[in-house]
Design a binder for this molecule. Structure first.
Ligand SMILES: C[S@@+](CC[C@H](N)C(=O)[O-])C[C@H]1O[C@@H](n2cnc3c(N)ncnc32)[C@H](O)[C@@H]1O
Length: 273
């Protein structure tokens, strides 16, 4: 607990603009990843393998961007750093422990970019304008990954287990008591999920996404007590690999229940028009 409190304070100091909730989530993820190390190992290895295949598919390797780089558990950072001229790690929260790892392992070509890639604030702004003007269609895309166009020599963009978290984060913000939910469209979460996939599809470089798309909660007797779509009804891209990830093994959330997520990997993300 004390270690978590210190880490929270250190993160606040190193990233003063990061939302407290995002810092708490990142610290929570770090603790859970440690507790569930064995249950998560297969998923992390398959994520790294999917990214490795994408790296192999890139001929000219100048800049690679990792969206949702988090704790760098499922990102082959060593290989990315050695094979690309520059690697940009993008996340809503970078813990100082991750920054320190990068420093100590001497990856001089790895840079951190702290930003919310969900498009939530932009969607809220667009919703406000629509309400104020009475216009249904502003004729502008959400474009949550538009910032990538400013990055030079982009050859690979990796979406690393972040898409479902964009949806989860948006749902949490919609439930917050700041009144924004009133102005947001009913399908806000689906818009944000679709915006991420659309953003990847628009990029003029190689893309790869790994994301969980749904989960089930299962009792020890095999009975499924809940199933949930993590992409708010949006069709995932065509998968090149599919696997299960036991996010919460028995005892993590409930003694008699486990939570298993279905994960996909997809290269060269395209969306149906
Ligand atoms: C399941 S973790 C991904 C694990 C990570 N790839 C790793 O190797 O440790 C999801 C990550 O997405 C980040 N994230 C969640 N919502 C985000 C958002 N709106 N914008 C940017 N990053 C976000 C979280 O901070 C977290 O690091």
């Amino acid at each position: 607990m004390l270690a978590d409190a210190l880490l929270f304070a250190a993160t606040r100091l190193s990233s003063p603009h990061t939302r407290a909730a995002a810092i708490r989530d990142a610290i929570g993820l770090r603790s859970r990843a440690r507790r569930c190390r064995d249950a998560w190992a297969g998923h992390e290895a398959r994520t790294r393998a999917a990214i490795d295949r994408a790296i192999d598919g890139v001929d000219v390797r100048r800049t690679a961007v990792v969206l949702g780089s988090g704790l760098l558990r499922d990102v082959p950072i060593e290989r990315l750093s050695s094979m690309f001229k520059k690697v940009v790690l993008v996340d809503v929260c970078h813990l100082p422990t991750t920054r320190l790892t990068v420093l100590l392992r001497r990856y001089p070509n790895v840079a951190f970019m702290t930003r919310d890639i969900s498009g939530y604030d932009r969607l809220a702004e667009q919703s406000r304008i629509k309400l104020a003007t009475g216009q249904d269609d502003l004729g502008v895309r959400l474009d949550p990954l538009g910032f990538l166009r400013k990055i030079d020599e982009l050859d690979l963009v990796i979406s690393a287990n972040v898409l479902s978290q964009i949806a989860v984060g948006a749902e949490a913000r919609l439930q917050a008591k700041d009144g924004q939910a009133r102005i947001m469209p009913d399908d806000a979460v689906a818009e944000l999920v679709a915006g991420h996939l659309d953003g990847l599809a628009q990029l003029p470089c190689k893309t790869v996404i790994v994301t969980d798309v749904s989960y089930i909660r299962r009792r020890q007797d095999g009975i499924i007590v809940e199933s949930h779509d993590l992409l708010a009804g949006v069709t995932p891209p065509f998968a090149s690999d599919v696997w299960d990830w036991t996010v919460a093994p028995f005892g993590e959330e409930a003694p008699d229940e486990e939570r298993i997520h279905r994960v996909i990997a997809a290269e060269d993300v395209a969306v149906d028009l």
